[in-house]
Design a protein around this ligand. Structure first.
Ligand SMILES: [Zn+2]
Length: 423
């Protein structure tokens, strides 16, 4: 029970901490940052030497630096090898309730060569649960609500939300989907949480009449929700908004508001913006809440697109037009003069969008810079897609290498990426 009270405490805190103007938010962030940096320099060996320094004096780190210095960065004395073997063992057994020295250890769902580990304490889990509930529960914490959560691993990070009047059912995406759908039909959940690839499978089942569900809210997590998929989900599921949580191992970065627009969660994460052009930026994040594994000036390799227009919902947190994708997924082509030119995923996506009605596709730039389009489309559509690529190459002035077409394949254990550069 005490844990539920703790979650409730954070729920109330986040629900009712409002920021009327930017000065108030700035003041709040400054106070939080000061406290966080004091804690980190006190408890983390890696940050010890930055005692008394301002945030801008701290080093900018990335996943590699985080993993290479895992032992000295974390404040709970957990060793990387030990954490890694513990996490892999839990994943193998698909048993996620055990903890290492009282700490939840998880693997981030990155590709195998860049596996990350994350550590979360119970107190942090309660905070996370309180935050998510504050952001998404349609009727508040005291009303009954059933949440269906589809994910690849039942980390006990998520079971936490399933207490009291809030019913929380977990669906393992590795299990038979038809079996999952049968359970989902019986449950009739108010809220469905899943990654876009699974939401698309759910929508297909609804369209075919295999699923009869009427969720009040659908929340997309873990992968980037492409605008086109979003439109499709809205149409099939009969919703005005598909909500999104843009969350990575490093923190819960952005959530949608009542208007359906994504806002950075600037009350829990401090974000420095490394601009690539007028509106695109790479976020460097400092988590204002995490203690066991501090996240200080961590550079993500995602590209976010800022929306300069204020949002009608009244939130003053930075609104985003979209999460464009990973920085690694920017296609690189050669110009006639031999220089390289980056082409953002959005431009690549539009080659499909403008060609015609293509729902399932993936576009991969291979190591030799040629392009493979995975889609079940006929010759006519193929030539239209090719023409769009040709047009793009003329507009942007790059040399278009070979474009190949293959039938659509997607491994559901992996993250769905519509646009991807092979590294
Ligand atoms: Zn808004």
């Amino acid at each position: 029970m005490s844990q539920m009270i703790n979650v409730l405490k954070y729920y109330l805190k986040y629900k009712y901490t409002k920021f009327e103007d930017e000065d108030r938010l700035k003041g709040y962030q400054e106070k939080k940052l000061k406290k966080r940096l004091e804690y980190v320099t006190e408890h983390s060996g890696f940050y010890n030497k930055y005692k008394g320094c301002k945030l801008e004096d701290f080093p900018i780190i990335d996943k590699k630096i985080m993993m290479d210095n895992f032992d000295s960065i974390n404040t709970v004395g957990i060793n990387r090898e030990e954490a890694l073997s513990f996490a892999i063992e839990s994943e193998d057994r698909r048993e996620f309730s055990s903890k290492l020295s009282g700490i939840t250890v998880g693997l981030s769902s990155g590709t195998s060569y860049s596996r990350g580990i994350f550590l979360v304490e119970d107190e942090e889990k309660d905070k996370w649960a309180g935050y998510v509930l504050a952001r998404f529960l349609p009727k508040g914490i005291l009303s009954k609500c059933s949440i269906a959560f589809f994910m690849r691993a039942n980390s006990n990070l998520y079971e936490n939300v399933g207490k009291g009047r809030i019913r929380f059912d977990f669906f393992d995406i590795y299990k038979d989907m038809e079996e999952n759908f049968r359970r989902l039909n019986d449950l009739n959940a108010d809220i469905i949480v899943a990654q876009p690839s699974v939401l698309l499978m759910i929508a297909a089942a609804v369209k075919e009449g295999r699923l009869r569900i009427l969720p009040e809210k659908v929340i997309s997590i873990a992968e980037v929700l492409e605008r086109r998929d979003e439109e499709y989900l809205k149409k099939v599921l009969g919703l005005d908004v598909i909500h999104q949580v843009y969350q990575c191992t490093e923190g819960c970065l952005a959530t949608t508001c009542s208007c359906g627009r994504l806002h950075l969660n600037e009350d829990i994460v401090y974000i420095e913006k490394e601009y690539i052009d007028d509106e695109r930026f790479v976020p460097i994040i400092t988590d204002l809440e995490r203690t066991s594994q501090p996240i200080i000036r961590y550079r993500l390799n995602d590209i976010l697109v800022e929306d300069k227009k204020r949002c009608e919902c009244g939130l003053i947190f930075t609104p985003l037009i979209e999460i464009e994708g990973r920085e690694d997924d920017v296609f690189i082509f050669a110009e006639k003069n031999g220089n390289e030119i980056p082409i953002f995923p959005d431009f690549i996506r539009r080659c499909i969008l403008f060609a015609g009605d293509i729902t399932d596709y993936r576009i991969v730039q291979e190591k030799d810079s040629s392009i493979t389009v995975y889609a079940d489309i006929d010759e006519e559509l193929r030539s239209k897609v090719f023409k769009e690529f040709e047009k793009l190459s003329l507009d942007q002035g790059f040399i278009l290498s070979r474009v190949r077409f293959k039938s659509y394949t997607f491994d559901k254990g992996r993250k769905l990426k519509r646009v991807e550069r092979s590294l």
